[in-house]
Design a binder for this molecule. Structure first.
Ligand code: GAR
Length: 197
């Protein structure tokens, strides 16, 4: 059974979807939830469930990303993870960290990569007049939102949609896509998974 560390910065709805799927015949189990934000909703939920948690606040490191990542590693390793899932973890990770986890760390991003790396993906898709939008799970490399794509889920963009409308409909798809990709990834399957809504 693979041990999965989940990193988040917020409410952790994707973390919850992953944890709730990791039962029964699933090839993985959660071993720790890590956050850079002490009062992240996802940390409270994990604690209630009896999942170990670690909080590493980035602010005392004052932009020293290497020192922040060294502390992340120090707190992570006792949990002996095999796989890291980034689930709304809003700190960029440098090559020092991503190279150590190459092929073993995945992320979910709220756009159809390679479109709209970075922030404000829903507003950017609307501005571009896209008729399709969605989310992507990919392997994490040193370049932001740029590693090999493992799966995507699409939604149609409708007339009058706001960024909030898209965010809500994409999030529903994230909760389908991420658990489905993790199941496959944890058993060594990196074939592209495409889901339609
Ligand atoms: C999700 O929409 C995720 O795709 C996005 O943050 C949200 C986290 O929600 N991630 C990024 O933007 C990564 N740059 P959650 O905390 O409810 O899972």
């Amino acid at each position: 059974t693979k041990r999965v560390a989940i990193f988040l910065s917020g409410g952790g709805s994707n973390m919850r979807a992953l944890v709730e799927d990791m039962t029964g015949d699933h090839p993985a189990r959660p071993c720790v939830v890590v956050s850079n934000v002490a009062d992240a909703g996802g940390i409270a939920w994990a604690k209630e469930r009896g999942i170990p948690t670690e909080v590493v606040d980035h602010k005392p490191f004052a932009g020293d990303r290497a020192a922040f990542e060294n502390e992340l590693t120090a707190r992570l390793m006792p949990h002996a993870p095999d796989i890291i899932c980034l689930a709304g973890f809003m700190r960029k990770l440098t090559g020092g960290f991503t190279d150590a986890w190459a092929g073993r760390m995945i992320n979910i991003h709220p756009s159809l990569l390679p479109r709209y790396k970075g922030l404000h993906t829903h507003a950017r898709a609307l501005e571009a007049g896209d008729t399709q939008h969605g989310c992507t799970v990919h392997e994490v490399t040193a370049a932001l939102d740029d590693g090999p794509i493992l799966g995507q889920a699409t939604i149609p963009v409708m007339a009058g949609d706001t960024p909030e409308d898209l965010a809500a409909r994409v999030l529903v798809q994230e909760h389908r896509l991420y658990p489905a990709v993790l199941r496959r990834f944890a058993s060594g399957n990196r074939d592209l998974l495409m889901l339609e809504s």
